[in-house]
Design a protein around this ligand. Structure first.
Ligand SMILES: Cc1cc2nc3c(=O)[nH]c(=O)nc-3n(C[C@H](O)[C@H](O)[C@H](O)COP(=O)(O)OP(=O)(O)OC[C@H]3O[C@@H](n4cnc5c(N)ncnc54)[C@H](O)[C@@H]3O)c2cc1C
Length: 427
């Protein structure tokens, strides 16, 4: 897959600058080597460095170059499963761990932003999951009720309340999760990198890991101009995972998601749309999510394809959808369109796996990684440190290749066509 450049995105145009991250040169020793400088790898590096461990991050491009610098910036607590589903899937103890860990993920993001003074336009006004048709209300209500029973700060929204908060017609209800919020995603990634560097981690841009091997009881990770020798290695390459470790790439399905952003909306339009600053995902089967940025642009995401070449077509479809939302939006000019890879898993859960002694991977956030990747980075760091009493634990599962992985392009296209048809029929 040829990757679209990060520079096309709204976030690259408006982000705080990256800290200097020179490529790795020569042979270095570390306690933990980390492959990939997105939220997972950078959050792990920060946690390790704060604990006094020597962490060395290797990034093929630059910090935040992957999904972490391209996403919608919606900070969402929890996973795609209801709490009772997590308990059923993992069993009581591991289910509880997954539940607690994912529930605290958004808190962790805002805690790190505050503790390390990360300038990333963070706002915590909540995240809304909105029903676009009455048939979608029941599953939303079930999730809301389960979260409310667990004491989380969630509120049910009747149709008029949902419409008032979103500022668009057509929504028939939903729920508001006060734990959620928004960030400028690339600034957040760069801020994590800066914080990790301040705590004495090293972050090497332009340093793709090309070979990983065991040597004299330690791991050796090679890049074109150097190598890191470390007791532990964390693979945190998510949708950009290559063949560095056999089978890891085949454990996820990389899918391109696309984003479009308008020019800053006029004062009246901006005041009427998402007036309180929440982020929204709705219940279309072909997921649709939106928010405003700090300058009042509407940023909308959705779609999905296995092929980068489909991004312009997906972006055009998204623009049409925005223009159809209200007469005011019909004329609004667009300024940016870009895309990036999310990593899907078969069970729609993130996977934390020990691939070999001292070699861990954390990936597969299914498009919900701003909070959860930050959290799994933290969890991976605790595993690497051998923390006796880690603050968060996420259940580890064995690496599983997805059967017929070579046919993923067809599968994604088929699924997309099916979802589009269901959305049309249910309209
Ligand atoms: C368009 C889009 C919108 C999204 N919107 C949201 C949202 O609003 N809310 C939300 O919660 N989630 C969202 N997501 C998902 C979220 O962005 C990801 O789950 C999260 O960023 C994953 O972080 P990561 O660090 O695991 O991976 P990434 O950020 O993808 O980082 C992986 C890094 O690994 C590097 N790499 C790969 N192989 C190697 C190698 N061999 N050597 C060195 N480096 C390597 C890559 O260059 C890349 O920088 C969205 C994703 C996309 C693409």
């Amino acid at each position: 897959m040829t990757e679209p450049p990060l520079q096309r995105s709204l976030w690259a145009a408006t982000a705080s600058p990256s800290p200097p991250c020179p490529p790795l040169a020569g042979e270095v020793e570390a306690d933990v080597a980390i492959v990939g400088a997105g939220y997972t790898g950078l959050s792990a590096a920060l946690r390790l460095a704060e604990a006094g461990a020597r962490a060395a991050v290797l990034e093929a491009h630059e910090p935040g170059w992957g999904a972490s610098g391209r996403n919608g910036g919606q900070v969402i607590a929890g996973l795609k499963h209801d709490p009772d589903e997590l308990l059923a899937l993992y069993g009581a103890e591991a289910g509880r761990q997954a539940l607690d860990c994912s529930a605290a993920a958004a808190d962790l993001v805002f805690e790190l932003i505050e503790r390390h003074a990360i300038a990333c336009d963070a706002q915590r006004q909540g995240w809304i999951q909105a029903a676009h048709r009455t048939g979608s209300l029941a599953p939303l209500r079930r999730r809301y009720q389960q979260l409310a029973a667990l004491g989380h700060p969630v509120e049910w929204l009747e149709a008029d309340q949902a419409r008032a908060l979103i500022g668009l017609p057509g929504y028939v209800g939903g729920w508001l999760d006060r734990r959620g919020g928004v960030v400028q995603p690339l600034s957040y990634a760069r801020g994590l990198a800066r914080a990790a560097l301040t705590k004495s981690a090293t972050v090497h841009a332009g340093s793709p890991a090309t070979r990983l091997a065991r040597q004299d009881g330690r791991w050796r990770v090679e890049t074109p101009a150097g190598a890191v020798r470390a007791a532990t290695v964390l693979l945190t390459s998510n949708g950009y995972t290559d063949d560095l470790w056999p089978g890891l790439r085949q454990s996820v399905i990389p899918v391109y998601s696309v984003q479009v952003a308008t020019q800053p909306l006029g004062h009246n339009l901006a005041r009427g749309l998402l007036p309180s600053g929440q982020a929204v995902s709705d219940t279309h089967r072909l997921l649709w999510y939106f928010r405003k940025d700090a300058a009042g642009r509407l940023v909308m995401g959705g779609g999905g394809s296995a092929y980068a070449r489909d991004l312009p077509r997906l972006a055009a479809g998204l623009r049409r959808r925005v223009q159809g939302l209200s007469p005011e939006l019909a004329e609004v000019p667009f300024a940016f369109a870009w895309g990036g890879r999310v990593a899907l898993t078969r069970d729609h859960l993130p996977h934390l796996s020990e691939l070999a002694p001292g070699l861990w991977a954390g990936l597969g956030y299914n498009g919900r990684g701003v909070a959860m990747a930050t959290m799994l980075g933290h969890v991976l760091a605790d595993r690497a440190l051998g923390s006796v009493r880690p603050r968060f634990v996420f259940p580890a599962t064995p690496l599983r290749r997805i059967p017929l992985h070579g046919l993923r392009g067809l599968a994604v296209s088929g699924m997309r066509a099916y979802y589009r048809l269901r959305d049309r029929l249910e309209r």
